[in-house]
Design a protein around this ligand. Structure first.
Ligand SMILES: Cc1cc2nc3c(=O)[nH]c(=O)nc-3n(C[C@H](O)[C@H](O)[C@H](O)COP(=O)(O)OP(=O)(O)OC[C@H]3O[C@@H](n4cnc5c(N)ncnc54)[C@H](O)[C@@H]3O)c2cc1C
Length: 471
């Protein structure tokens, strides 16, 4: 329980209206986008500026109280569940676009801005910010940075880490630190900007970010290629890249996902296909036309059953929306949807999908797979029911085997959703014991009292397994 003296200090910093400890507020901040995880915080605080965040951190440090930074709570790794109690700090009031610098092509924003609001603002100015997580209508830029979120445009344009060039953050001690800046080159010491990206609120609170912007593509074309043979689809992905074409989007849906998405979005997709690729190219008019023509040829060479090219922007948007809504569509099937994030080298996609299907059968669970084929980033998604304990245990065992399989194929336990609570027991599989030791030392350096999002990233015990080394 928070002492009254601490509550008074926190209210003194943000004002009575912006520190809450009523049961409704505590319950609504006890969980996030991850199913089946819940723990009540002891209070919820809504700072308005960096000075307030700094003052809050000083109180947290003095009283050794955990602090969990929170954007919109859409993460899928239990990243904002206050497993050790403490205060949840919601960043939504810090949502200003502080500057768009047209000469340097940068934007400086506060972390609580909704990603889509920011993207729309930037596009309105004739510029482009490519990271586009499917959750962008609700997620925040701060959450995107802390998770290093990816999206449908990741293959060609990279992910959040490729666009964050400067940060302001508040350390556990309450000190304010700046990293990077409006610089395209900066090798002054260790790259603390990159270290903070993907640090999941465990190293510092991000209070401001400077983002790189680029000119928007002039032309776009979207197509679907449908395959009765999974390997044909997978070979197509490799062949496109081998032909030195990097599409803006190269997405994959397996048969169970096609069925559900079709039912949801009423697209009239053929239901007897093993896999559908959604492909988009953007750039100069001639390049886009040439690439789409060559991609169509490659699809034919790999025996695509049907190829359809969107004839206008509206049709293209419908196709992209269908892929973006895969999670929502699957979530309608059963009460609990567990969306996972195993990633393999893209040459191993077909093998990975087959292994996922084998594992789902072995454990008698329903798993649909979709994802970013171009990145090898697959989202095997279990539709299940948290009340069915026996089934949930089988789902967990199936996912454990799926992560093991991903590592065996040279992949990783998470491509974009982060480690948080859910993947913590598996982190050592990927980074080895030396990697864990270095990461723990970094954590200790930033947060010696372990008050920033404690219990995340590092599990008390790793799942026992020999770590596989990859060359
Ligand atoms: C339907 C759906 C689709 C999704 N699609 C994608 C996708 O395509 N790609 C993808 O990568 N992810 C996706 N996600 C996952 C999620 O949306 C992302 O991880 C997103 O970046 C989280 O943003 P948020 O604002 O909700 O952050 P939260 O969930 O609130 O927080 C995420 C993490 O960031 C930390 N954090 C938040 N703000 C700060 C801050 N200011 N300073 C320090 N740490 C902070 C938190 O402590 C936590 O560890 C999806 C989720 C859903 C529900």
């Amino acid at each position: 329980m928070l002492e009254n003296q601490v509550k008074a200090k926190l209210r003194g910093i943000v004002g009575d209206a912006y520190f809450k400890d009523d049961i409704e507020t505590l319950v609504t901040h006890s969980y996030d986008g991850t199913p089946m995880l819940q723990q009540l915080p002891e209070g919820v605080i809504y700072p308005q500026n960096t000075a307030q965040v700094s003052a809050i951190m000083k109180v947290m440090s003095e009283h050794q109280i955990p602090l969990i930074s929170r954007g919109s709570g859409t993460n899928l790794c239990g990243g904002t569940v206050p497993v050790q109690g403490g205060i949840v700090m919601v960043m939504h009031r810090m949502n200003a676009i502080l500057e768009v610098d047209m000469q340097n092509l940068t934007a400086t924003v506060q972390p609580g801005i909704i990603t889509k609001t920011f993207i729309e603002h930037i596009e309105g100015l004739g510029l482009f910010y490519p990271p586009d997580p499917s959750s962008m209508a609700i997620s925040t830029i701060g959450g995107n940075i802390a998770e290093c979120s990816g999206g449908l445009r990741g293959l060609k344009y990279g992910t959040t880490k490729d666009y964050v060039i400067g940060l302001e953050c508040v350390l556990a001690s309450g000190e304010i630190m700046r990293t990077g800046g409006k610089l395209m080159k900066d090798v002054a010491g260790y790259d603390l900007t990159k270290l903070l990206i993907g640090s999941e609120g465990t190293l510092a609170v991000i209070t401001e970010a400077t983002l790189k912007l680029i000119p928007p593509p002039k032309h776009k074309k979207t197509m679907l290629a449908m395959f009765k043979d999974m390997y044909g689809a997978a070979r197509t992905v490799s062949a496109i890249i081998e032909n030195r074409i990097i599409p803006a989007t190269l997405e994959f849906m397996d048969n169970p996902t096609i069925r559900v998405v079709n039912d949801f979005a009423k697209l009239g997709l053929p239901l007897d296909m093993e896999a559908i690729l959604l492909i988009e190219q953007d750039g100069e008019f001639e390049t886009v036309e040439r690439d789409i023509a060559r991609i169509s040829e490659i699809c034919q060479e790999e025996h695509a059953d049907q190829i359809s090219i969107a004839s206008n922007q509206e049709e293209a948007l419908k196709l992209l929306t269908a892929r973006r809504s895969a999670f929502t569509a699957l979530a309608r099937l059963r009460p609990t949807t567990i969306l996972e994030d195993a990633t393999v080298p893209r040459s191993k996609i077909a093998e990975m999908v087959q292994q996922i299907n084998r594992i789902a059968k072995k454990y008698d669970v329903q798993i649909c797979t979709f994802g970013h084929a171009g990145d090898g980033n697959l989202h095997p998604t279990a539709t299940t029911d948290a009340r069915n304990h026996d089934e949930i245990e089988r789902v967990e065992a199936a996912f454990e085997e799926i992560f093991e399989e991903a590592i065996r194929l040279g992949g990783t336990i998470t491509g974009e959703h982060g480690v948080g609570l859910v993947k913590a027991p598996f982190l050592e599989w990927k980074v080895g014991s030396a990697g864990i030791a270095i990461m723990k030392n970094i954590k200790q350096g930033f947060d010696p009292l372990n008050i920033l999002n404690p219990g995340k990233m590092f599990a008390k015990e790793s799942r026992r397994r020999v770590v596989i080394d990859h060359v």
